[in-house]
Write a protein that binds this ligand. Structure first.
Ligand code: ADP
Ligand code: MG
Length: 240
């Protein structure tokens, strides 16, 4: 579902990704972790074509992403992305946030888009808030709207970049619960997170980045119980 080969990314003179190769199978759930500045966000943004790369090859959901990302629109809704800061449209109500891309990208008729959006909101237990504006919702609700919006496009892959890092502590679990439910439905997921309980429960594989490289990857039990590198042990100590 995802194939990354020798991905290199410079910002100006600074190399922030230094030869990343990663394969993700259909239905696989990857947790990506590592210290701040290690390149996690840059990696997922490159995979999604939000950021141009300096070298390397990327295939995602059956699309070969060109180096200049000129075919990024071909990804359409096949790749969903959820950000730390929700990125909802503040001037649109919840329902319109959900239906916009379905109508513009998928060319769905309004009635069909709204029916799909309402079904998704019910699943997120947000059916009663369809006409609310993002500012009227809690952070946890806003993030669940953002997840619902991505799911409305029926993505083949979902990328989450620290989806709970901006939330008040009491709202973290409601978002993790939604993500855990999704993981059980066979959706291919890459989740950047420091929530190691979630990682242990949900991930098929943990990928640890440091300094723009993948330093270590393993199944959760091996990763947490027998980390191979000092940097991994140090990281686990700091966040644990
Ligand atoms: P992480 O998500 O693991 O914290 P990032 O991918 O955000 O790491 O950042 C990796 C490195 O790239 C950091 O050193 C960061 O300062 C740098 N960086 C990220 N985005 C930009 C940008 N738009 N311009 C310049 N440097 C950037
Ligand atoms: Mg980041």
């Amino acid at each position: 579902m995802i194939k990354v080969r020798n991905l290199v990314k410079y910002y100006g003179p600074t190399k922030v990704l230094d030869g990343i190769s990663l394969d993700v199978e259909k239905g696989e759930r990857i947790v990506l972790c590592g210290p701040s500045g290690s390149g996690k966000s840059t990696l997922v943004r490159c995979i999604n074509g939000l950021e141009q790369r300096s070298a390397g090859d990327i295939e995602i959901a059956g699309h070969v992403l060109k180096a200049d990302c000129s075919n990024v629109l071909d990804l359409g809704g096949d790749v969903g992305m959820v950000f730390q800061q929700f990125n909802l449209f503040p001037h649109m109500n919840v329902l319109d946030n959900l239906t916009l891309a379905m109508r513009r990208v998928r060319r769905a008729p309004r009635s069909e888009a709204e029916a799909q959006a309402m079904a998704m909101l019910e699943r997120m237990q947000l059916g009663a808030r369809a006409k609310a504006y993002p500012r009227e919702l809690s952070g946890g609700q806003q993030q669940r709207v953002a997840i619902a919006r991505a799911l409305c496009m029926k993505p083949k892959v979902m990328l989450f970049d620290e989806p709970t890092s901006a939330l008040d502590p009491e709202m973290v679990q409601e978002v993790l619960d939604v993500m855990t439910a999704l993981s059980r439905e066979g959706l291919t997921m890459i989740v950047v997170t420091h929530e190691m309980g979630f990682a242990r429960n949900v991930a098929d594989r943990i990928v640890f980045m440091d300094g723009g490289v993948i330093l270590e990857e393993a199944a959760p039990d091996a990763f947490f119980d027998h980390p191979q590198h000092n940097r991994t042990r140090e990281f686990l100590r700091q966040i644990g």
